[in-house]
Design a protein. Structure first.
Length: 339
């Protein structure tokens, strides 16, 4: 018996009316506040303020040595912030969403978010070149412009974007609240785990949270591009389908010349021509006739082209003895001598 849970797994008959997020005043205010926080973190690290000192205190505290029993679990938990595994899992879910709702928007939104993440976070990482805690050379230094690539934290920013995109694409307010809470817990946990493992400074994690949140808040500005990309891809799909369904014959324009079609004419016998019977080959036999009998057509009705010259045929009723010289000898002849 079918239940509502399995019914929700079927494909919807028509694309649902999904409300696309817009840049409201609340979202603009959050975007502005997050941008200010992002800039403050960068300035605090560049100026080697109290935030850099806090980074060193946490690094020298070595949390992974204080609680070693959590190390094995957190090694696996931090994978939720890696780009490859999380992108595959989220893309699989959004791909099913795209198939069910007849739209490419979920996958295109994920692609746009990851592209923005690579460009923005990657540019800051390369530009500042900060070294990680395990490669620090001078205590109290910010370790900037030294060829590193950990500021901001890529694990943290990726966790915010890949799990937060699920809340961004939610179709109901209830689902959006639950998914927002889930993405917040995962991103916070991944960021703190990198501090525990000693792979990132605390300031790296703070900047990673801000970077991921800025991308999610700015996604509505990318919606027009996503809509145009979806129309373009679906248009290409429709053209490909129409080419496959075209008939092989070429269409003829209205009023243009058309190829004449001549019907196949079957020759029929004339009215005054007598009907002809099939002529059997001499020496052949009809079904049901004795083997060896010869049947020929009536000479008056035989077709001239069907007749064949017959060779003389001799039938012998009995076999006569033949002499070696080829002459025949009477069966009861005797030579008479005398009288």
């Amino acid at each position: 018996m079918r239940t509502d849970i399995f019914a929700r797994l079927d494909r919807e008959p028509e694309p649902p009316k999904i409300e696309i997020p817009r840049m409201s005043r609340t979202r603009l205010a959050l975007f502005g506040g997050t941008s200010a926080f992002y800039a403050a973190i960068v300035v605090a690290v560049l100026a080697s303020t109290w935030l850099v000192a806090l980074d060193w205190k946490l690094m020298l505290f070595r949390p992974y040595e204080q609680w070693p029993e959590q190390h094995a679990f957190l090694d696996y938990f931090v994978v939720l912030g890696q780009r490859g595994p999380t992108a595959v899992m989220v893309a699989a879910w959004l791909g099913w969403r795209s198939w069910r709702q007849h739209t490419l928007r979920p996958l295109l939104a994920l692609g746009a978010a990851l592209l923005l993440l690579n460009v923005t976070v990657g540019a800051v990482k390369i530009g500042l070149g900060r070294l990680g805690p395990h490669y620090a050379t001078q205590i109290g230094s910010a370790e900037l412009f030294a060829g590193g690539d950990i500021f901001p934290s890529g694990h943290t920013a990726n966790a915010v974007v890949t799990w937060g995109i699920l809340a961004y694409l939610a179709t109901t307010p209830r689902a959006r609240r639950y998914l927002s809470a889930l993405s917040a817990v995962v991103s916070l946990g991944v960021g703190l785990t990198t501090v525990y493992l000693g792979t990132h400074w605390l300031s790296d994690v703070l900047l990673g949270w801000a970077a991921g949140l800025l991308i999610l808040l700015g996604l509505p500005w990318c919606e027009p591009v996503i809509v145009r990309a979806e129309r373009f891809i679906l248009g290409l799909r429709d053209q490909w389908r129409s080419r496959r369904t075209l008939s092989p014959s070429r269409p003829v324009a209205a009023g243009g010349p058309r190829q004449a079609v001549f019907p196949l004419r079957v020759p029929t016998p004339a009215a005054d021509e007598p009907s002809r019977e099939p002529v059997a080959v001499v020496g052949g036999s009809r079904p049901g006739s004795p083997v060896g009998t010869r049947t020929t057509a009536h000479p008056a009705t035989a077709h001239p082209t069907a007749t064949h010259p017959q060779r003389p045929h001799t039938v012998r009723s009995e076999r006569s003895p033949v002499t070696p010289s080829g002459s025949r000898r009477p069966p009861h002849s005797r030579s008479v001598t005398g009288g």
